[in-house]
Design a protein around this ligand. Structure first.
Ligand SMILES: C[S@@+](CC[C@H](N)C(=O)[O-])C[C@H]1O[C@@H](n2cnc3c(N)ncnc32)[C@H](O)[C@@H]1O
Length: 509
């Protein structure tokens, strides 16, 4: 049942978004939805309810939907995401598809391709391992609703953050450094085509029968209503060849949504094959690659450069994937109240942040005593974890909640600033950071963020000045601020980053 706090206007807006994009929003994100409505209504110089009415009556043009697609979608992605699935693709799925087939050309679709990292990763893999797997030629198409993401994909210009899981030899082979960005080789770019498409539209011409051999639709359906996900899976099933493969994200399943696929497992990955609805596990079960996923944690300065682009740390550092990371120290499980052990404490939450196990923070908070979990610090740490797992909208709602009770909470204000940056409103972010600095001039990371925002705006003078203030602040800053917000960087490394910002006139070098 819908929370009473959700206004009729926001509820209607949510319906409009579900109808148009298939995307769903939980009640606790109502404050974010209300903000979007308010901003868009202001842009169109009408009231919030008029704006939503116009959306529902299709009285706003495509440009408005394009703007909404930028705000309402989550574009988190990176090269070589979920390596185990990629190994399964090349070593199991492709050989099974081409085995005995006279046709050795493959047609791949990356549905919900965001800024292109997934599609380009497929191109690299096919160039390197396609022939050995029996493929002679291929086409790769990336589709997404978000035009800005597609433009970035076509440019092929990425930050270190997008390459955090890419093996170094791939970075060396396929990218050239271009300032703080990495330019993808033309050869790989020419392997992939991008189109703007809405997965929610039936579009029978596009979803022609047997049009694709392999479809990647990872981390897309998880944001959709069950009805929309069902429709998308129907289209995918229709357009795959018999025996064609579907790869979903690790948190996604077709269960309860489609009976057209059978489940396969190999290389430590799950994926689907079109046909025979009974589950068929272990098509070719092999062990996880012994080397595990590459760890990039050594390069902490690269990391902080990357948070300039996106402050969302991702689930690969936590949850299941943490098990595969050789650099990840094993930590004992938190005590579980249900098992009769002591409930979680604030220190446990801080330890989880320190060890970058962000996906475990929310469950740990639920295991705290009722009174403790309502304290501001657990709520702020909960919001921090939401940002790191890519949910800036919920994080923003949580920060606003803390600030309602304590308008002078620097911690909540800082995270709110980060959320504004992620949502694409740097003005609001600067307002948040300025409020903190006016109260607590030693809050280093607020200065650092101000410097990075200025740098993005190519305001070298301001970037350098803010970085100098960060340098001056760092010795007097509270340990807790740095523990929570510096991404694990020690003071010295933050100071080094600031120095680079000062010396580079804001270019970070
Ligand atoms: C989290 S990203 C996934 C990127 C990539 N597949 C991966 O797993 O790394 C989800 C993408 O789905 C896209 N998306 C969401 N709803 C969509 C729709 N209705 N039609 C097309 N793309 C959509 C978003 O714009 C976003 O770029």
């Amino acid at each position: 049942m819908m929370d009473q706090a959700i206004s009729y206007t926001v509820a209607q807006f949510r319906d409009a978004i579900a109808l148009h994009f298939g995307l769903t929003w939980p009640d606790n994100q109502a404050p974010f939805l209300a903000d979007v409505v308010h901003q868009r209504a202001a842009h169109h110089q009408c009231s919030d309810s008029d704006y939503v009415g116009r959306l529902l009556h299709r009285d706003l043009d495509d440009q408005e939907w394009a703007s909404l697609s930028e705000v309402m979608t989550v574009g988190e992605t990176y090269f070589f995401r979920a390596r185990e699935q990629l190994d399964a693709l090349v070593d199991a799925a492709i050989p099974a598809l081409v085995d005995g087939s006279p046709r050795r050309d493959l047609r791949l679709l990356s549905a919900g391709c965001a800024s292109g990292e997934e599609a380009y990763t497929l191109a690299m893999l096919l160039r390197e391992r396609g022939q050995a797997a029996g493929v002679s030629s291929w086409t790769i198409l990336g589709i997404d609703i978000n035009e800005v993401a597609l433009r970035r994909a076509a440019l092929g210009l990425y930050t270190a953050w997008s390459l955090r899981e890419a093996p170094p030899q791939h970075v060396a082979t396929y990218f050239t450094g271009a300032g703080r960005s990495f330019q993808l080789a033309a050869q790989i770019r020419s392997d992939v085509r991008f189109e703007r498409r809405n997965l929610i539209e039936a579009d029978p011409q596009f979803w022609g029968a047997r049009r694709f051999d392999i479809i990647f639709c990872r981390n897309v359906l998880m944001y959709m209503t069950p009805g929309a996900a069902r429709d998308v899976l129907d289209r995918i099933a229709h357009s795959l060849v018999p025996g064609g493969y579907l790869f979903l994200g690790s948190a996604e399943t077709v269960r309860g949504l489609s009976s057209s696929f059978s489940l396969c497992q190999s290389h430590g990955a799950f994926y689907y094959r079109l046909g025979a609805s009974s589950e068929r596990l272990s098509e070719k079960v092999t062990d996880l690659p012994s080397g595990g996923l590459p760890s990039h944690s050594e390069d902490r300065l690269e990391w902080i450069e990357a948070i300039d682009q996106s402050s969302r740390r991702v689930a690969h550092l936590t949850g299941n994937h943490a098990n595969y990371s050789p650099g990840q120290p094993a930590m004992p499980a938190l005590p579980d109240a249900a098992s009769g052990l002591a409930p979680a404490s604030v220190q446990d939450l801080i330890d989880l942040v320190r060890s970058e196990r962000f996906s475990e923070v929310a469950p740990a908070i639920t295991r705290m005593h009722d009174q403790s979990k309502r304290e501001p610090l657990p709520q702020v740490i909960g919001a921090l974890a939401m940002i790191h797992v890519g949910d800036a909208r919920s994080a923003k709602a949580a920060c606003l909640e803390v600030l309602r009770a304590d308008p002078a909470s620097d911690l909540a204000e800082y995270l709110l600033g980060l959320c504004w940056e992620l949502i694409g409103d740097p003005e609001q972010a600067i307002a948040s950071y300025s409020r903190i600095i006016a109260r607590t001039s030693t809050f280093t990371m607020a200065w650092v963020r101000m410097a990075l925002v200025a740098q993005r705006r190519q305001d070298a003078k301001a970037a350098s000045a803010h970085a100098s203030s960060a340098l001056a602040a760092i010795d007097g800053d509270a340990d807790l601020h740095l523990t929570l917000f510096s991404g694990g960087l020690p003071r010295r490394a933050i100071a080094e980053l600031c120095l680079r910002l000062v010396q580079g006139g804001g270019n970070g070098r």
